[in-house]
Ligand binder design. Sequence first.
Ligand SMILES: [Zn+2]
Length: 411
Amino acid sequence: MSGSEITRLLGGWEGYRIGTVQRFEAGEKGLQAEVWIELLPLKRRRMRCSGCGRLVSKVHDIEERWIRDLPLLDTATWLLVWRRRVRCPDCGAKLEELPWVGRYSRVTKRLAESIGRLCEVASIKHVASFFGMSWWAVKAVDKQYLAEKLGPADVSNVSAIAMDEFAIQKGHRYATVIVEPYIKRVLWVGRGRSRESIRPFFELLGPEGCQAIKAVAMDMNGAYEAEVRAWCPDAAIVYDLFHVVMKYGREVIDPVRRAEAKRAEGDRQACKVIKGSRWLLLRNKRNIESQDDRIRLYDLLEANRNLMKVYVLKEDMKQLWDFRYPKAAKRFWKDWYRRAMQSGIEPLRRFAKRLKPYVPGIVAHCRHRLHTSLLEGINNKIKVIKRMAYGFRDDAYFFLKIRAAFPGIPR
Ligand SMILES: [Zn+2]
């Protein structure tokens, strides 16, 4: 077997044969040892046009391209590929389609795949250093890889969606993520959080897709509701437990805590306990694991009647999302509302009054049991993605990463 034959078998560059092979030790060309392999096209009667896919017999010209491949054994590997351009009757001069390298790609498909798979678990910086490539080159390859792997967003057969906003940069620049909640698939991500900014999603769905949507879960503060009502008039709006509890924390627990801390001003010990209590009061009771924290929560509530009231009403409010029968949920809400109004705590009364018009959206949860923890989970994952590839000036790439992180669980 000839040396050229062995290299071809190892490399598998279909349609090509090996010309010259050169090796450079570390330091001669780059930091790593490098192998340069020249690839010459085999004679073919018919070649595929990369523009339209048809078989063409005329060669327009041949040009050289440097293409990176996976390392061969211990060396960074560069291919000098003589690429043919065909003369296509439909497209004019176009590159010949090759199965192992993309049209304008500077890396082989298998290298792109390795980079893409590594970028799922490591930062761009680490992947770049592993292959001895630049940050920008790795990012470009990963972006292309994801775009090809995910394809255009598939919004067919969707009967429920959940939507939420997230910050691209702290405090400003927001984006919206729309998810199929039952299988946890990200359908769409777009810049902004206004009515107009989510409109492209509904345009993508089309009239039939909009009609198929039966339920939409969202935060009750957002601007989304009006847009959803305009496109999907028959869909039930479902308010998300996660967001309502957050709102309760901001609008009820925080002011009551501050007022109580102020009242306890002379008493340093009591003041300290109240000030450090936000976390305990907002935490799910079941998730408080340490014995010390349980005792602290107990002492805090024991010593302070108002904090006790807002805490108990928070826990009870959460039960609204557990009901299966709308009638029972409505009865529970009436009782909760009466207790809130009689509590004598102004922020709580205000919150209850504001929540009242949204109750149908909470009761709708009985019929459309959308996972309320989903949006919270996605928000956390987005934070991780931001950390792993910071310098996200490129929205399109960022959004592809989010879609790739939630491809959907098969039912
Ligand atoms: Zn063509």
